[in-house]
Structures are given as C-alpha cells and as structure tokens.
Design a binder for this molecule. Structure first.
Ligand SMILES: Cc1cc2nc3c(=O)[nH]c(=O)nc-3n(C[C@H](O)[C@H](O)[C@H](O)COP(=O)(O)OP(=O)(O)OC[C@H]3O[C@@H](n4cnc5c(N)ncnc54)[C@H](O)[C@@H]3O)c2cc1C
Length: 544
C-alpha cells in the first residue's frame, strides 16, 4: 500500500490526510501540536461557495471575482477548479458535522465579504475555522481507529530527504525525546501554513514562521510570488498579537472613518460610494495608508447589541475582553497588519513542486490567490488543494523503495551540535526580533527600492553573525536550527519584492506606482549554491 507523509495538521493537512485515507492510501500526519492548536482555528469570517439560491450568483462570478481580486496573476484553470469544487466542499463539511449558521428554512446563511459580487461566504457564527477543524478532527479520529491514518505529535520538520530530484520522506526533530528521526514515504505533502513570524506580531500564529519554506528553498525547491503579502485592513493591538477584526463586521454594514475637526470622514464611502467599505483588502489597506493616520475607526454601533450578539458575537467578546470596548456603543480603533501570504512554495495545478513526490497545500503553497486573496477563499483553497493532492496521489504515486538515509540523519545531528557549540554573544530571539522589526520597516504596506535594499543588507548582516548566536541548551533545538532558513526566506522575500518593479494588488511600490503588463504573471525564485535567481513564469510552468 502507498504511504504518504503529511507535514502540518491545520485544515489543509488534516483534510489531505482524510482524503488520502478515503482513497486507500496509508497516511502519517505529523505536526508539533494537535490540529486544535493550528492557526486554522483562528479563521473567523467564513468560507466561500456558490450555493443554490435566487440571488443570481454563479460559479462564473466566483471565478471572475477571484481572478480580479488577485489582479489576474492566478491561473485561470486552477481558480476554476477551486470555485467549481466549493459547493461540494460545503456539503461534505456539513456531512462531517460542521454546524453552519442557517436561515429559518434551513439553508446556509451567507455574508458579504470584500471584493465579491454576491453574498457567498458561508459561516459558523464567527468561529468558522474552529467548527471546521472540530469536524475534521472527528473524521480523522474515525479513520485513525480504522487504521488508515496515524497521527504523530511532537515532531518538528527539519528537512526533506531529497535524492536525484526525488523526495523520499523527511527528517524531524522530536521535541519530547530531543532526537532526530526519519520518516520515509512514497510521497510527502507540506501543509505547514504561512510565514507570519517573519513579521513578529501579526494576526496569525507564531507557529507559522516560514521555516519549512525557507529550508526547502535551500534544498532546491522553487518558491513563488513571495512579494504578495496581505495586510488585513482592520486589526487591533493587544499585548500578545494583532487581533483580527473580521471582515464580517464590514459585511454586516460596518463603516470605516477617521475624525477631522470633530467630524467623521467616511473615507471609503466618500471615494467609492455606499459599497466602499466592502472593497477588497488591498484597496482598503491602501486607502487607510493614504489617510496618513496610524489608526482609523470601524463603526458597527448602529446595530443593537442583540443583533451584534446574533451575527458577530466573537467580535463583541474579543473587543470587550482585550480592549474593554463595547462595540454596540463604541467604534473600534483599527489599523492594517500582516495577515496572509499569497506567496510560498511554487506548485502546479496538481500541487506538485519541482521535486518529484513532494507536494504542498494550504497557506504554505502559492496558487489560486494571485496578488491578493479574497476573504473566505483561503479555507476553501486549503481544503480544495488537499483534495487535488489526494486525487493525484491515488492515480500516480510511485514506490520509492527502501534507501539508507543515515548520512542525512548524521548531518542533521552534526548541524545542531555545531550550533550548540558556538561562542555565545547574541540570543537567537534577539535576532528574530531584529528581523521582524526590519521586515516591518522595509517590507511594509508601501515599499521602494531603497527600503528593500536596506532590508537585504539587514538580513545579510544577521546571516553574517549567525555563527555568533547563542543557543541555550534550555531552548528548543528547533530555535537553534531554524534561524538560517528563516533568514534565507526573509531575504528571498525582499529579493522578490525588489524584482517586481510595479504596483499590483498587495504589492505597492512608491517608486513604481503603476501596474505594468511586463509583470502580469507569477514570479518564481530559485536558490542555487548561494545564488537567488528570479524569473517570471511566462510559460505557465506552475499554475495556469
Ligand atoms: C485571525 C485569522 C482569521 C482568518 N479568517 C479566515 C476566514 O474567515 N476565512 C478564510 O478563508 N481564511 C481565513 N484565514 C486564513 C486561514 O485561516 C489560513 O490560511 C488557513 O487556515 C491555513 O491553513 P493551513 O492548513 O495551510 O495552515 P495552518 O492552520 O497554519 O496549519 C499549519 C500546520 O503546520 C504545522 N507546522 C508549522 N511549522 C511546522 C514545522 N516546522 N514542522 C512541522 N509542522 C509545522 C503547524 O503546527 C500546523 O499544524 C484567517 C487567518 C487568520 C490568521
């Protein structure tokens, strides 16, 4: 029986495990923590699908909105597959026990989300991610009981086992035993999420640090569209992180404004008319940036408390708990923050990377979202991508045969030992904090060549002192071995942003403010012996 190793157990990883099990493939699902601790549980607003109804919505319209939202960078066929699969995904999630919010007649409620022509975002109150993960975990447990899936926690990805352009498994560090371990498989699926921790405090989880993408890049895996980083326009500051104020608030009629001379200026409505607050995330973020204010306000207080508690209870509770703000009476102070990564591991329409038997799904993969993702499309793409992989694996996994990887295991151990023995000068978290500060300064909402070059210089400096960094024995080994790859990913992202000499979607260059036909497609970055090489995917090598 074919064996697949899925790394990461958020919505994309766990769905991939389930779908592979349905197809008779033996799955090992690995992550440091259980699915309930993945970033996926934070998803609040909903998941997009065109469901039957009288409103005139259509799959063609979903496709058009997705392509337009992504500024026509995403592949048309890939997006068509995504949108066509959406209704079936919702039906499947319902059969697993996901409790969607429903109308009185039992039909699934849909809310308006930015950049979409119709209300098509299905939701479970304001805890959609949590509800979906719960249903998926139940299904995975059932399949585990039947012997199709094995779930292993406590393992941190170290590197892929790649020989002759083919992936045979991966090396992990076991956080409990302190040892490195090898897991071999006929195919490996990366599902390790986004790259939030490169930027310090964001709306996402610090578990999403981009290490896996950075490490695979060093191992010869192509990355794509790293410059497209979505800033969510409405987040609030709390002690630990930037908390997301879901787009659902604007979907329920929330209005963005700032104050001037004692007057409220509804800048989105002034510019785009009554629907202005529901412009896509990149447009809202750009408009907030143009107000020249660090903070603007979002008002939903025209709804009664009863209505708010019915439609967006978690937003009410979040604002009250973390900031003492009663949103039924007060406006919410909001500002943009890093939220989602359209770029990541380059995959084709079958989710294959440029290494045979190595796949990527979910937020760590770059496909479907082009230059800007529409809210509600990423849970959808995490699940759809996982289904696509399972379908490809059913038809095409090859037996990789037994090989000896003791040399690779020894090299991982030696690498860690050499890091432990360095002269101690700088604690590793100090460098991670400096990196986050530099990324925020130099790769913010608006970039320019000088800033981006300054960012690259910073990263080069951090790389040059990496051998002087202190790794305490008391700290997780992961911290010790992950820094090089994280710095490499940060550098690759800055190089990509410098390469794209135009403004498009979430990528705004003050020195190249216009959108240029020259760059109307994805950009690929490769690593070869210390060289970062960028090129446009003119031939549709990846998604099309
Ligand atoms: C606050 C917030 C709200 C959101 N709301 C919505 C929404 O309403 N609708 C929508 O469509 N999208 C939303 N998104 C985006 C969406 O939630 C994510 O894109 C999606 O859940 C990503 O799923 P994933 O499976 O790819 O990754 P994740 O859920 O991040 O899972 C990644 C997995 O990889 C594991 N992992 C990480 N590093 C390693 C490593 N080194 N070794 C081994 N395993 C590792 C993690 O432990 C985890 O299990 C939201 C995001 C945030 C942050």
């Amino acid at each position: 029986m074919k064996k697949v190793l899925v790394i990461g157990s958020g919505i994309s990883g766990i769905t991939c495990a389930i779908e592979c099990a349905y197809k008779g493939i033996k799955v090992v699902l690995v992550s440091p923590y259980p699915s309930e601790r993945a970033q996926s549980v934070l998803a609040a607003g909903g998941i997009n699908a065109v469901l039957p109804g009288p409103d005139g919505d259509s799959i063609e319209s979903h496709i058009e909105d997705t392509l337009k939202g992504g500024c026509f960078v995403a592949g048309k066929d890939a997006v068509r597959g995504l949108c066509e699969d959406a209704p079936d995904i919702i039906r499947w999630l319902e059969t697993l026990g996901t409790v969607f919010s429903t109308e009185e007649d039992g039909t699934i409620k849909r809310r308006a989300f930015g950049g979409q022509s119709y209300k098509r975002t299905c939701y479970c109150g304001s805890s959609t991610g949590k509800q979906i993960v719960t249903a998926l975990v139940m299904e995975a447990r059932r399949l585990e009981g039947a012997g199709h899936i094995e779930r292993i926690y406590g393992l941190w990805f170290h590197s892929a086992l790649i020989r002759d352009g083919k992936c045979h498994g991966a090396i992990f560090h076991n956080g409990n035993s302190g040892c490195f371990e090898i897991l071999t498989a006929d195919s490996v699926v990366m599902a390790t999420g986004g790259q939030n921790a490169l930027f310090g405090k964001t709306t996402g989880s610090t578990l999403c640090d981009g290490y896996s993408a950075g490490r695979l890049f060093l191992q010869g895996v192509d990355l794509k569209n790293l410059e497209f980083i979505q800033y969510h326009p409405t987040t609030i500051e709390t002690a630990q992180k930037r908390m997301l104020i879901s787009e659902a608030v604007r979907g329920e009629g929330g209005r963005l404004y700032y104050e001037e001379g004692g007057r409220r200026i509804y800048f989105m409505e002034d510019r785009f008319g009554p629907g202005g607050n529901l412009k896509s995330r990149d447009v809202c973020t750009r408009c907030i940036e143009e107000t020249g204010r660090d903070t603007v306000y979002l008002d939903i207080s025209f709804l009664s408390k009863e209505e708010i508690m019915k439609r967006i209870p978690e937003v009410y509770e979040l604002c009250m708990k973390y900031r003492g703000i009663d949103i039924s009476r007060q406006s919410i102070p909001v500002s943009p923050s890093v939220h989602f990564f359209m770029g990541g591991i380059a995959v084709n329409n079958k989710h294959e990377t440029n290494i045979r038997n190595l796949f990527a799904v979910g937020e760590c993969a770059s496909i479907y979202h082009g230059a800007n993702r529409l809210g509600g499309n990423s849970l959808l793409s995490a699940i759809h991508g996982a289904r696509v992989v399972a379908a490809s694996l059913k038809n095409g996994t090859e037996d990789t045969g037994a090989e000896d990887f003791s040399a690779e295991l020894k090299s991982a151990k030696d690498e860690l030992a050499s890091k432990r023995n360095t002269a101690s000068q700088f604690p590793v978290m100090y460098i991670r904090d400096l990196l986050a500060e530099s990324m925020k300064q130099n790769l913010g909402i608006v970039r320019n060549a000088d800033r981006l070059k300054a960012g690259i210089d910073d990263v080069d400096y951090y790389m040059s002192i990496a051998d002087k960094i202190r790794y305490d024995e008391s700290e997780p080994a992961y911290l010790a071995y992950s820094l090089d790859a994280i710095l490499t990913l940060a550098r690759a992202t800055l190089v990509c942003a410098l390469y794209r000499q135009e403004s498009r979607g979430s990528h705004l260059r003050s020195d190249h403010p216009d959108t240029s036909d020259e760059y109307d497609t994805s950009a690929i970055i490769s690593y070869d012996g210390g060289r970062y090489t960028t090129c446009l995917d003119r031939e549709g090598r990846y998604e099309h």
